[in-house]
Design a protein around this ligand. Structure first.
Ligand SMILES: C[S@@+](CC[C@H](N)C(=O)[O-])C[C@H]1O[C@@H](n2cnc3c(N)ncnc32)[C@H](O)[C@@H]1O
Length: 365
């Protein structure tokens, strides 16, 4: 499975259906905004550079970027600022630019409101160096770096590494460890001296909780159960079942901190220092709305699309490529309809709470 299987739905669908992700970014920003008062600005030597790694359509970070730009403007009315949105090459950058450069006269965004702010994008993976060395003042990334650089192996009896065991799990774990160091080494090159990197990454927390597994139904077990059912009913083949896996790994906070704890690590040698790391749970806004209103159909119809926005390409990609496109679409539709039925029937079992490790990293001056 290649990185083209990693994709958020385009057309602005992503940020409209992932309100929880916005809450996470706003929380991560609480670490950043206070740091900006009194920050050393580059003046006319170069723009103050902000970069969002794995931005999708840019909608969920709009509030945070606006706050950063406002904070810089409080210190300097004319400091040039660049905002670079990065994602994989096939990301829907067109939606991103339409979002950032608000299209209707009634809407406004920081890009319209403030002058001397330059909006750029890069379709380069965060597994590569994306911008010039020493050029980034603020980097941030939310809910993106659990996507691995590739699919490390197969998981024969589950669809996610959280359900893998033994050797199959170890292969994912080793791959994820190497990927994490690669990400940090590139960020170490890109950050300017004194630059800050704020990240909110999916994790397994101290209580063993992770995305969609904080109480009742386990979301990835549900994905697996429903995918398994399609195999058992003959709608998909055993090979298709076994070759479907998320190219993801949820590290623990300790695993995120490993390269910083090791005084001999490349990451430390390149001047990256960990200022803080902590975990946090963000409640599922769809479930909260259900708890308030109590309508199971409305809950299922809102909740399942948010799952679908980031998982669909994985299930679609697991199907045999010789199947006609239309047939593959139908199978995936059935799969999500089955999920929808489960949620309608037992809504109180479902929720996709987010579990993140928040990290603040600085580059030595
Ligand atoms: C769940 S979305 C998060 C979007 C946004 N940061 C947020 O928090 O709402 C994950 C994003 O990471 C991107 N992504 C995954 N792997 C990537 C990589 N190697 N390089 C850059 N972006 C990547 C995906 O394409 C997707 O847009």
């Amino acid at each position: 499975m290649s990185q083209s299987s990693i994709s958020m739905k385009g057309g602005g669908y992503y940020s409209k259906n992932t309100q929880g992700a916005k809450h996470v970014i706003d929380r991560a920003g609480e670490n950043l905004i206070p740091k900006l008062s009194g920050i050393q600005l580059p003046g006319d030597q170069r723009p103050f550079a902000i970069i969002d790694y794995g931005a999708a359509d840019g909608g969920t970070s709009l509030g945070l970027v606006t706050s950063i730009v406002q904070a810089i403007r409080q210190q300097s009315t004319d400091q040039e600022i660049s905002v670079t949105y990065t994602d994989l090459p096939h990301n829907d950058f067109s939606s991103l630019f339409r979002m950032i450069h608000a299209q209707s006269p009634e809407e406004t965004t920081y890009a319209r409101e403030f002058s001397n702010v330059f909006v750029l994008s890069a379709g380069t993976s965060f597994y590569n160096q994306i911008v010039a060395s020493g050029s980034v003042d603020i980097g941030f990334s939310a809910t993106a770096m659990h996507w691995l650089s590739g699919l490390p192996g197969t998981i024969t009896d589950h669809v996610h590494a959280v359900g893998a065991h033994g050797r199959e799990w170890q292969v994912f774990r080793d791959y994820a460890k190497n990927d994490w160091e690669t990400i940090l080494v590139h960020r170490a090159r890109e950050l300017a001296p004194g630059g800050v990197l704020v990240m909110a990454n999916f994790c397994i927390d101290e209580k063993g909780r992770y995305l969609g597994n904080t109480g009742d139904a386990n979301m990835f077990d549900t994905f697996n159960l429903l995918w398994r059912e399609l195999a058992d009913s003959g709608l998909i083949s055993e090979i298709e079942y076994q070759s479907t896996a998320f190219p993801q790994f949820y590290r623990t906070k300790e695993q995120y901190c490993e390269p910083f704890d090791d005084p001999e690590s490349r990451v430390r040698a390149m001047g990256l220092c960990l200022e803080k790391a902590y975990t946090g749970v963000t409640k599922c806004p769809y479930r909260a709305e259900f708890d308030r209103v109590g309508d199971p159909i409305a809950f299922a119809d809102a909740y399942v699309p948010t799952l679908r926005s980031w998982s669909e390409t994985v299930f679609f990609g697991g199907l045999d490529h010789s199947r006609p496109m239309e047939e593959r679409r139908k199978i995936v539709d059935i799969f999500y309809q089955n999920y929808n039925n489960l949620v309608r029937n037992e809504p109180e079992l479902h929720a996709m709470d987010y579990v993140h490790t928040y990290m603040v990293v600085t580059k030595e001056t």
